[in-house]
Design a protein around this ligand. Sequence first.
Ligand code: ZN
Length: 189
Amino acid sequence: MTTPINDLIARLTDKKTWKQYPLKRRFVSKLKINSTNSCWEWLGSRLQRGYGRIGLNGKMITAHRASWLIYRGEIPRGKFVCHKCDNPPCVNPDHLFITTHKENMMDMVSKQRWSKKPKTAKQIESARKLMMKLSQSQRGKKKAWSKLNKFQVLKIRASNEVQKKIAQRYGVAQTLISQIKSGKIWKEI
Ligand SMILES: [Zn+2]
């Protein structure tokens, strides 16, 4: 005998039995698919910024994180689940991506460059491209830094040579030498 769908939904939304149902079943009973933008709108309780929330093992987690857990799997420690569609209540796994906090912040910054949130696919795509560019330049910086060790940094600081020459000797950009000398980077040395 199969349970009629309405009974199932009623049971799923009944607070007394709510926790006994697996996450996925509770999750799917709380969303509505928006046919215009294919966002899955969260109908359950929401946080102030519009993100949905759902209970898991006695804790509340955001609904889009739950979506990732259900459809994509584990979220590595320290990683964040973010929206490509910029719609906080959306829980469509295809509209989500996983990132580190740093990239997440850069994503937010790049999105703020538009006075309005990027709505068209083209705008979202350029926001993503910008984010990639930003994260690549961050990585580039890190790489340049790692070319030098503590001892070399001290030597650079003490040197009276022109910056261009020092840069050539170490095979790094002159701006890096200038940043080292002014104490902008490697403050701790
Ligand atoms: Zn969406």
